[in-house]
Design a protein around this ligand. Structure first.
Ligand code: ATP
Ligand code: MG
Length: 586
């Protein structure tokens, strides 16, 4: 490809709406253009990268024995009603109607469709196990599309689904996919960590996410891990043992006392001269429009996904102070945040908020609290010396809703946990019969009985993986693509296109590289060398061969983008280096 013909427009600046490196770089280097919020054009350079990521995925999935198919992007409501997700999926599901008024959605994922295909075709145990996958655009109306390709609304995903007759076979396939994923990300130039995770909207019990570890904002997940053993988990699933803490408030009598202007836990601790661990903190959340009180030790925080799982809802957010005051007023109180509690000063539980019952959930660690401090829905007052059983009952729902913190102890080996951030590039789930059961997707087993398939599903964000590679490989000048997924392998830069010797050497190398299957670009533009070098660094060609004045001594400059290393070598050697490097990643 001649640089003068390459369909690319690099920008002088980063786009103003780009927050993370991959978005900034891909936009500035001419890989992507935004069409509308969370929806991008993949321009020729980007498309070459994506096709390479897809190639690696296909290669490893096929080697692992999975078979590729392609399902429709538009899906009928009926199948989503069968699985129960039409109502459950929430705002991310983009719903639409056809001209006959039939309801449809744009596929955010394909469990329903693949399960319907399976029940139609996989009728006998003899056809199982099997694993089917596709690579396709998905649409999710994300609440906060951001970070460019890392969290788009339309994005490309590889999704695979396995069908087995037993848990044992499912687990085998889970391990098989684990290995395939490890290979895929490695070939894409990414170091990943497999971490335990919550199963979210997809459902199922056991799941792992493959994380690219980063210390930047681009990592939307907190990952807790242990250096002492292999424990690693997403914060939405992480558990820990707590170090010793004071859990007895030491108050000898239960009574309501004045605590003026103690709006925060810190202010309350200072006023009563107690540690935060003896305060029962009450937080108000809204889960699917209904209020939920979360009770937790004052020195700990609530993990929203865990809380959501404990109450069994779809969407969760913290209540606004307006909503809290409104809820209090509906219950005959005028308390503001800071003074809320599960019971009032007369020990009467909060029963109702509007037409709904208030759900109360407690973190399991509060069971240890004694003679503690708690809000009583009265401004500037708290109960001190409170105890479960006498002053208030333990709520019906007690679960682990606590957000783990670094320094708490590993649940497996007891060493202090560490925290880092990760970009989830892929995940694997053991679904069990979550879809096959409700959708009546069954096969005839060897014992003559019909049974639902035991399923697994396995996703990789193709576009997110490419963006994660930029997060992992860049410097201030631009992208440093790993060779296997670079749009082109090498750029040849003649310093002066008017110099006949430089041009003839450059052209000869170019022809030879092409003849050997190398994807090469020759920068034939009549531009200053500085401009050409800048573009080469920004676009991120893994190798640059500069043909300049030293060609009169028989040398070119060979630059390796990843390391910045520069060598003066013979043109034949430069060509050979690139050919060999490219062979090694094919
Ligand atoms: P997340 O927690 O980041 O929203 P998810 O759990 O919803 O991801 P899955 O539904 O399991 O993700 O999708 C499989 C893969 O698709 C993810 O591992 C991720 O790489 C990719 N992916 C999911 N949502 C997006 C998105 N909005 N933009 C780009 N890639 C995405
Ligand atoms: Mg999601």
């Amino acid at each position: 490809m001649k640089m003068s013909r390459l369909f690319v427009q690099t920008l002088r600046e980063f786009p103003s709406d780009a927050e993370v490196i991959s978005h900034k770089m891909l936009a500035r280097a001419g890989y992507i253009r935004k069409l509308t919020s969370g929806v991008y054009n993949f321009l020729p350079l980007m498309w070459r990268v994506l096709k390479k990521v897809e190639y690696i995925i296909r290669d490893e999935m096929d080697k692992a024995g999975a078979q590729e198919l392609l399902m429709p992007f538009v899906q009928p409501k009926e199948l989503w009603e069968e699985s129960g997700r039409w109502g459950a999926y929430g705002g991310e599901l983009m719903r639409l109607k056809d001209r006959h008024g039939r309801e449809m959605c744009l596929g955010p994922t394909h469990e329903e469709i693949i399960t319907a295909i399976a029940r139609d075709i996989l009728k006998s145990y003899k056809q199982l196990p099997t694993n089917l996958y596709q690579i396709q655009s998905k649409f999710r109306d994300e609440r906060r599309p951001r970070f460019g390709l890392l969290r788009g609304r339309e994005f490309i995903m590889k999704d695979a689904y396995s069908f087995a007759t037993s848990q044992e076979d499912l687990e085998k396939e889970y391990q098989n996919m684990w290995q395939a994923y490890t290979n895929i990300f490695k070939r894409c130039g990414l170091d990943t960590k497999a971490v335990q995770s919550d199963s979210g909207a997809i459902g199922g019990s056991v799941s792992h996410e493959f994380m690219v570890i980063t210390d930047t904002d681009a990592g939307e997940n907190d990952v807790f891990y242990c250096d002492g053993c292999d424990y690693a988990a997403n914060s939405n699933h992480a558990v820990s043992k707590l170090p010793q803490a004071v859990v007895d408030g030491g108050f000898t009598e239960s009574k309501v006392v004045d605590t003026p202007a103690t709006h925060s836990i810190e202010e309350l601790c200072a006023f009563l001269n107690v540690p935060a661990s003896v305060i029962l903190k009450t937080l108000v959340y809204i889960v699917d429009k209904k209020p939920v009180l979360a009770l937790i030790r004052g020195d700990k925080a609530v993990e929203e996904t865990k809380l959501l799982n404990a109450v069994g809802g779809n969407e969760i957010r913290i209540a606004t102070s307006g909503e809290i005051e409104e809820m209090m007023a509906e219950n005959g109180f005028n308390a503001i945040p800071g003074f809320i509690g599960p019971v009032d000063e007369n020990k009467k539980p909060i029963a109702k908020y509007g037409e709904y019952k208030v759900t109360v959930v407690a973190d399991e660690t509060i069971k240890e609290l004694k003679n503690f401090v708690v809000g009583v829905n009265k401004n500037d007052a708290h109960r001190v010396g409170a105890n479960f059983g006498t002053d208030l009952d333990l709520p019906e729902i007690i679960a682990d809703i606590r957000l783990v913190e670094a320094g708490e102890l590993c649940p497996q080996c007891g060493q202090p946990l560490k925290v880092t951030r990760g970009i989830e590039v892929g995940n694997i789930f053991q679904l069990g019969t979550k879809y096959s059961q409700p959708m009546n997707a069954v096969y005839l087993d060897s014992d003559g009985k019909t049974k639902p398939y035991i399923m697994g599903c396995y996703g990789i964000g193709v576009t997110r993986t490419a963006a994660a590679a930029v997060e992992a490989h860049h410097d201030e000048w631009g992208i440093k693509w790993p060779l296997a997924i670079a749009p082109y392998h090498v750029v040849i830069v003649p310093v002066s296109v008017k110099d006949e010797l430089q041009m003839s050497v450059a052209n000869k190398m170019y022809e030879e590289l092409l003849a050997n299957g190398v994807e090469a670009v020759i920068d034939d533009r009549d531009e200053r060398p500085g401009v050409k070098f800048k573009d080469a660094d920004l676009i991120g060609f893994p190798y640059r061969i500069t043909v300049g004045k030293t060609i009169t001594e028989g040398n070119v400059e060979f630059v390796t983008r990843q390391t910045g290393e520069k060598e003066a070598i013979k043109p034949e050697e430069a060509v050979k280096n690139v050919i060999e490097a490219v062979k090694s990643v094919k």
